[in-house]
Design a protein around this ligand. Structure first.
Ligand code: URA
Length: 218
């Protein structure tokens, strides 16, 4: 497994952490992989396994993602992997334990809020300028919309590459503006989407196979 974990500027990390203080977020998982890669995979936020190990995409979504990468002729070591939020968002639920009947507190994963994605935006802006990928593969709507705005939907854009500028955070952190640099953006479904909706699997497999063909042609 690639051991190249990126070192973020500590000042930027503490600025971001201050902005999400009090939110239900835990751990901190740095992006990982080679500098100047051909492909950057962009997820949503770490899950439980990732927050525990500090390595992106090692849980059930990660295992599925590695199978899809293989369909494109790629391995984890070939790509840079990160996500738009660096800590695990969780919700707090009181549930009844089936065996004992006692109420217990659970902390399941949840999708990061728009506010949390914006809080982490300066860190991702820095990361993308430092890593300089040629192609960004956003996985699901959270990362796709971070790049292209709220009207972009993975249901209609998956498997369709486009050369485009991407959003970066405004200097006053109040929102986003279009950046200058153009990247190839190749949207894909998030692996968790078809873990929950198996009917999507043939589409997702086809998208990744075609991504492999596209990489060979371009
Ligand atoms: N989902 C993500 O977006 N990133 C991970 O690392 C794991 C699950």
């Amino acid at each position: 497994m690639t051991k190249l974990q990126i070192q973020y500027p500590p000042q930027l990390v503490s600025q971001v952490k201050k902005r999400v203080a009090g939110h239900n977020l835990t751990g901190f998982v740095a992006g990982m992989g080679p500098m100047h890669p051909r492909v950057m995979l962009l997820g949503e936020a770490p899950g439980r396994q990732e927050a525990k190990t500090g390595i992106p995409f090692v849980g059930s979504s990660g295992k599925e993602l590695m199978k899809m990468l293989a369909l494109a002729g790629l391995t984890r070591d070939d790509v840079y992997i990160t996500s738009v939020v660096r800590s695990r968002p969780f919700s707090i639920r009181q549930v009844q334990d089936r065996k004992t009947g006692a109420m217990v507190e659970k902390h399941p994963n949840r999708t990061p809020t728009k506010k949390e994605v914006l809080a982490y935006a300066p860190l991702f802006d820095w990361e993308i300028k430092t890593v300089q990928p040629q192609i960004i593969v956003p996985l699901g709507n959270t990362s796709l919309q971070r790049l292209l705005g709220p009207t972009a939907k993975v249901g209609s854009l998956h498997g369709l590459p486009q050369k485009t500028t991407i959003l970066e955070s405004l200097p006053d952190d109040s929102g986003y503006e279009k950046g200058q640099h153009q990247y190839w953006v190749y949207p894909m479904y998030h692996p968790a989407a078809y873990l929950y909706a198996r009917r999507l699997e043939p589409t997702v497999r086809k998208d990744w196979q075609e991504f492999g063909n596209w990489l060979q042609r371009n």
